[in-house]
Design a protein around this ligand. Structure first.
Ligand code: ADP
Length: 264
């Protein structure tokens, strides 16, 4: 069930404590390193929460643990009060996970794929409604191969919505998209959020984190280095702007260099 507009701000929908994941070291498989090194997070229902960090920071691994796709090696994660490690299947009922578009079957239409995904959850979906939500109604009979990058990403979100999730996880949803497709996807994320859905996304795009997310956790080398609203992070950590702001414009530069204005 989507929460509608009833946002319960009093109780976190995601509670993560000292979460850890270790992988064998690539150069010496008998030793391990922590890809996720004891992170704690609390995400409120109705938030758009961003995990920002460079490649290899541990963002995807964190998401995969929350989604029940990767075993948890340390700490705990609860989604809507359900222990992810103990009851991964109950968690899967209430979350939406965006698959990468190239994992879809050939020769099946978008309409058929949505029906198929819904059947996996033993549900029936209004495919027209879902496709119109992601602005792809006119592509109902198209095959995924024939979609643009932005359309594929929006379709992958439609697939993640077949079980009307409370929490939607998006792993780098706009990577590789052109600016227009990126903005369309942000609009979709905002619409879903306005309807009450909690959204957790990873990104290495600063602009995306700043303009879309209500709160951001910054991750590096498996650890959280900061977590707050974009405004507070800037206030706390961004260096002071230069005391004297720049004034003038390129026309002034031209005037100074040539002794006459651009239109003289
Ligand atoms: P991010 O999503 O921030 O780019 P990842 O979570 O994908 O980072 O990866 C974190 C670290 O864990 C990286 O060093 C990566 O190479 C390593 N890693 C990820 N998945 C595996 C795996 N299945 N086996 C071994 N190492 C992995």
């Amino acid at each position: 069930m989507i929460l509608g507009n009833q946002r319960d701000q009093s109780m976190p929908i995601i509670e993560v404590k000292d979460l850890a994941k270790k992988y064998p070291l690539p150069e010496n498989k008998s030793e391990f390193f922590y890809a996720v090194d004891g992170i704690s997070l609390s995400i409120e229902a109705g938030e758009i929460f961003g995990i920002l960090g460079p490649n290899g920071a541990g963002k995807t691994t964190t998401l995969e643990m929350l989604e029940g796709l990767t075993d948890i090696d340390g700490g705990s994660a609860f989604i809507d009060g359900i222990d992810v490690a103990a009851e991964p299947y109950r968690v899967k009922e209430i979350i939406g996970v965006q698959l990468q578009a190239n994992e879809y079957f050939d020769n099946v239409t978008l309409n058929e794929l949505l029906t198929l995904f819904a059947a996996l959850y033993e549900r029936e979906v209004d495919t027209k409604n879902l496709l119109s939500k992601v602005n792809l109604l006119d592509k109902a009979q198209a095959k995924p191969d024939h979609l643009s990058g932005g359309q594929k990403q929006r379709f992958s979100i439609a697939c993640a919505l077949v079980n009307s999730p409370k929490v939607l996880f998006l792993d780098e949803p706009t990577t590789g998209l052109d600016p227009q497709a990126k903005h369309n996807l942000w609009d979709l994320v905002r619409e879903l959020n306005n309807a009450g859905m909690t959204i957790v996304l990873t990104t290495h795009n600063m602009e995306e984190a700043e303009s879309l997310c209500e709160r951001i956790a910054i991750m590096d080398h498996g650890k959280l280095v900061a977590e707050d609203t974009p405004q507070n992070l800037i206030l706390k950590h961004a260096p002071e702007p230069p005391k004297a702001p720049l004034h003038g414009n390129i026309e002034d530069v031209f005037l100074a260099l040539t002794g006459h204005g651009l239109r003289d």
